[in-house]
Write a protein that binds this ligand. Structure first.
Ligand code: DAH
Length: 381
C-alpha cells in the first residue's frame, strides 16, 4: 500500500503487540480491514483456477491468512485480548468459508451455463439442406430427345458398350476391309487367347439396330441412347467418348416421306418451330439412300450473318448447320436379321448428342461435358 499504512498481509504476519494493539476495542477495525481485503480478493476468483488460488491464500493450512492470524494474533495474544480475538477470528472464518463456498457454486453454475450455451441444440432451426445434384446437360438432352420420340410412338432401348465386330460392323453391312472402318479405328479389348470373338468399345449406337431386329418382328420403332467410343484426339469438337441416340423404324409400309416427316418433326420440337430442315445426299453402308440432315443455323437464324453484322462464325456464313446422318435402311441389313427386304422398309438415324447440345446451348467446347466443372454444370440446373 502506498499510503504508508502497513499492508494487511504484513499485519497478520506480525503479533498484536508488534502492531501496538493493546485494547480489545482496537481489534474490530483490524479484523474489518482484513475482511475488506478478503472481499476484494473474492471478486478476482472468476473461474476454477483463480478460485483455488483464492481459497488457498485464505484457508491454506500452512500459510493461509487465517492460519497466520491464528498463529500470530490469537496464539500469542495476552489474556485480556484473547477472547475477543477468538470471537473476531471465528466471525472472520465463518465469513471466509461461506463466501468461498458461495463463490465455488457460482463458478460451477457459470461453467455449466457456458457449457449449456455452447452445446445447446436449437430444435427450431431448419435442418441442414444437402443439395441433391441435378442432371448433367447431356442427360437432360437425352431426356428431351427421348420425350419427343416417345410421344410419337418410339420406345427406348439400350445396349452393350462392349460389342463384337459382327454387330458393330459386319451386320451393318460394313465388311472387314471396308474403308469406312478407318473412321472408326477404335478400342479393342485385350482378350485371353482362344476367346470366341474379338471385342471392341462400340463406335456408334447402330449395332442396336441389329440386336433389336434380331429380337423383334416388325413393326419396330426404337431409339437407343448411349455412349460410344472412338480413337479421336480430344479437341473442341472431338472426344474419345461421346453420346449418340440411334433411331430405327421398320414396318411394312414406311416411306421416304415418313422418314423426312419424322425427322423434321423431331428437329422442330427440339430446336423450336422457327428452324427449317433440309437433307443432302450422303453415304452410310447400312442405309440406302443415305442423307445428312441440316438445320438452319440456330445462331444467325439461317441468314449467315451474325448479330454484329459479320459472317456468322458458327455456320461460316452458310446459314445451315449439319445435324446428323440418316437414311432408309439398306435392304442388305435386313438379310442379317432375317427380315424379308421385299416386305419391309424403314429408316434409321444416328444423332450425335454432344453436338446437338452444343448447338442448342451455344457451347463451343465438347470437353466441358467431360470435365465436370461445377461452374459449368451449375448453369444447367
Ligand atoms: N452410325 C453413324 C455414325 O456413328 C451415324 C448414322 C448414320 C446412324 C446414318 C444411322 C444412320 O442410323 O442411318 O457415324
Amino acid at each position: 500500500m502506498s499510503d504508508g499504512m502497513t499492508a494487511p498481509e504484513n499485519k497478520f504476519s506480525q503479533t498484536l503487540a508488534a502492531l501496538g494493539v493493546t485494547r480489545p476495542d482496537q481489534l474490530a477495525p483490524l479484523f474489518a480491514e482484513i475482511r475488506a481485503r478478503f472481499d476484494a480478493d473474492a471478486t478476482a476468483a472468476h473461474d476454477e483456477a483463480t478460485w483455488k488460488q483464492f481459497r488457498d491464500a485464505w484457508l491454506g493450512r500452512k500459510s493461509g491468512v487465517l492460519t497466520q492470524v491464528t498463529d500470530n494474533w490469537l496464539k500469542p495474544a495476552p489474556p485480556e485480548l484473547k477472547r475477543v480475538v477468538g470471537q473476531e477470528l471465528n466471525k472472520l472464518r465463518a465469513h471466509v468459508e461461506s463466501e468461498i463456498e458461495v463463490r465455488r457454486l457460482a463458478i460451477e453454475a457459470g461453467a455449466d451455463d457456458a457449457a449449456l450455451a455452447r452445446e445447446r441444440v436449437d430444435l427450431s432451426l431448419p435442418g441442414v439442406k444437402r443439395p441433391i445434384g441435378s442432371h448433367h446437360l447431356i442427360r437432360q438432352v437425352f431426356q428431351q430427345i427421348e420425350d419427343i420420340f416417345v410421344s410419337i410412338g418410339f420406345s427406348v432401348v439400350e445396349g452393350p458398350e462392349i460389342e463384337t465386330p459382327y454387330y458393330n460392323f459386319e451386320a451393318l453391312n460394313i465388311p472387314e476391309f471396308h474403308p469406312v472402318r478407318d473412321d472408326m479405328d477404335t478400342f479393342y479389348l485385350e482378350l485371353p487367347k482362344g476367346a470366341p470373338s474379338p471385342l471392341l468399345l462400340r463406335t456408334h449406337t447402330s449395332p442396336m439396330q441389329i440386336r433389336t431386329m434380331e429380337k423383334r418382328l416388325p413393326p419396330v420403332r426404337v431409339i437407343v441412347p448411349g455412349k460410344v467410343y472412338r480413337r479421336d484426339n480430344p479437341d473442341a469438337t472431338h472426344s474419345f467418348a461421346f453420346h449418340q441416340v440411334e433411331g430405327l423404324a421398320v414396318d411394312t409400309d414406311i416411306t421416304f416421306c415418313d422418314f423426312t416427316g419424322t425427322i423434321e418433326y423431331f428437329v422442330k420440337q427440339f430446336f423450336g418451330p422457327g428452324v427449317k430442315t433440309r437433307f443432302r445426299p450422303s453415304y452410310f453402308p447400312f442405309t440406302e439412300p443415305s442423307v445428312e440432315f441440316d438445320v438452319t443455323c440456330v445462331f444467325c437464324g439461317g441468314s449467315g450473318v451474325s448479330a454484329g453484322g459479320g459472317t456468322c462464325s458458327k455456320c461460316k456464313g452458310a446459314g445451315w448447320i449439319e445435324l446428323f446422318g440418316a437414311g432408309m435402311v439398306d435392304p442388305a441389313v435386313y438379310g442379317f436379321v432375317k427380315y424379308d427386304p421385299k416386305k419391309v422398309s424403314g429408316f434409321a438415324f444416328g444423332i450425335g448428342i454432344d453436338r446437338l447440345a452444343m448447338l442448342k446451348y451455344g457451347i463451343d467446347d465438347i470437353q466441358v461435358f467431360f470435365q465436370n466443372d461445377v461452374r459449368f454444370l451449375r448453369q444447367f440446373p
